[in-house]
Structures are given as C-alpha cells and as structure tokens.
Ligand binder design. Sequence first.
Ligand code: PBG
Length: 324
Amino acid sequence: MITRRPRRNRQSEVIRNMVEETTLGLNDFIFPLFIIEGQNKKIEISSMPGINRFSIDTLLEEVNSCVELGVKAFAPFASIPEQLKDKTGSESMNPDGLFPRAIREIKRNFPDVVLMTDVALDPYSSDGHDGIVENGEILNDETLEVLGKMALVQAQAGADIVGPSDMMDGRVAHIRKVLDTAGYHKVGIMSYTAKYASSFYGPFRDALDSAPKKGDKKTYQMNFANSREALIEAELDTQEGADFLMVKPALAYLDIIKLLRDNSNLPIAAYNISGEYAMVKAAAQNGWIDGEKAMVEVLTSIKRAGADVILTYFAKEYAQYIRR
Ligand code: PBG
C-alpha cells in the first residue's frame, strides 16, 4: 500500500507555487470609481476606507495613478445631486450630465483604458429604485426605454462596455437593439445576470445616496435562496446578446459563479461589492484579521470559483501590494 502524502507538494515555497492552481493578475480586475460634481474634490467614503468620491479633475489623477500601477479597466458610478433626480431618472439621458462628461474626459486623456459604465436608474431616481415607480410598482417595459437611451448616451460618450445593473426583464436585448441601430455594434454588454437582493450593498448606496426611499428591491433583484433561477437569467442574457455574464455579490455567491462558469462559455464576471470590501476593512482596522492577506484570499477565491473578471474596490490596493 502506497502512503499518499499530499503534504509533499506543500513542503517548499517553490513547490507550492509550482502546483498553484489559481493565479490573479491585474488584467482580471475592473476598478469601480465614484464621481461627484465640483472641483478639486476627493472625499473618502466613511464605510469604505481607501475609496473616495472624486470630482472629474481629481478623478483623472486617480485614473492616471491606477494606469501606472497596471489597472486599466474601470467601472465609474456618478453621484447625482438630489435636485436633479426625478421619477424617470431623466438626468441619466442628458449627454452633458456629470456621468457622460466624466466618461468623455477619461477617454480623452486615457484612450486605452476600458470603461464599463453602469446602466440603471437608481442614482438618478427620486424614488431610489432601479425602475420607474408607479403606485409602488416597479414598471419594467417603461424602464427599458430609459435604459436604452441611457446606454446610448454612454456609448456616445465613449463607453467600451455598458453594464445593465438593474435586473429588469429584457434589458439586454433592448439595449443591444438600440446600440446596434445607432451604429454602436462594437460596444459590449456586461450583464448583471444574477444580481441578488443583498444587504451587502449598503456602503455603495451611501456613496451614491441611492438607497430606495420606500420598500426594497426584491421584485427585481433575485432571492438569495435561489440558484437554478440564475441559470434562467443566464440563458436569457445569452440569447439576448450579452458579451459577459456577471454574478453579484461575489463572496456569499461563489457557488453561483461556479454554476454559471460550468454552464456557459461566455466570460464570467463577479462583483466583489462594497459590503464585502467594508467587512474586510473593518475587521482589519480592528486588528482582528490581516487585511492584506484577507484581500488576496478573497480575490483568489472568486477567481478559483470561476470568475474571469473581478470588479473589486481592492484593485488598486492589490496592484500596490504586488509591487512591493
Ligand atoms: C444599482 C447598483 C448597486 C451596486 C451597483 N449598481 C446597488 C444596488 O442594487 O442597490 C452595488 C455595488 C456595490 O455594493 O459595491 N444599480
């Protein structure tokens, strides 16, 4: 009888590295950015230590420092002043709004970076919902009209990939049609395919002041108890023409990442969201865990589960970490 000794392959760092199955690289990451109106502003988000809201001028400096570190893909989000919010999120369709202006400026200064832009009503909605609200109901098809126009404005501003993040039915097909009709067939769609109604979005909603004024998002975001339903969403997004499928959040949903990986040949993205970032930071600040090691472990687990692309607030910190 041969004695199996798996520890043989763990006995030295060189051997451990040799048999390492999962490797993270900066090419895997998309770094979310928060944009605010004004000049020379850089305001830290209190629940997300190390992550700031930038005015367009300081945002360009941030993009520059990321690019120098090797982070080249970004997911910008705009924080819209309350007085510009309304029932239909009309500011989202304004080509001179904060968001399209920021996209244009980034692309003008850094033509080679990739921008994945957020297509959803919530930062623009006076109700704080991802769809138009009527008598407490989130309207689907009426919302699609706005999403199509919003995606077009973003494509015209220079978005490389649009990211519908609202979970309305039929949005990928509708956005694809609008973009193609206007000649933007090269603009990709990264669909937030399996986006769950999660309590981990808290810090993000603070950052954008985008929390629902009433109710929750359970009539459009998925029930976290469900996984087969993610396959239905994946099938639809694929038929509708998505270029990437995304799972969100990532950490409590590693099984869903794996499920989509095993059932699709499209690239799979995962969004390591604000609350997941905040948990690591909070525990690290208390001295309860080693934040840097936890960061590497978290990101590796998401890649190991099957994500090709990881949206993460750790992207820049990870780039700094591997430089040392
Ligand atoms: C909404 C949107 C959310 C996030 C990205 N787009 C939150 C929500 O659904 O309320 C969350 C990202 C994060 O928490 O990091 N369209």
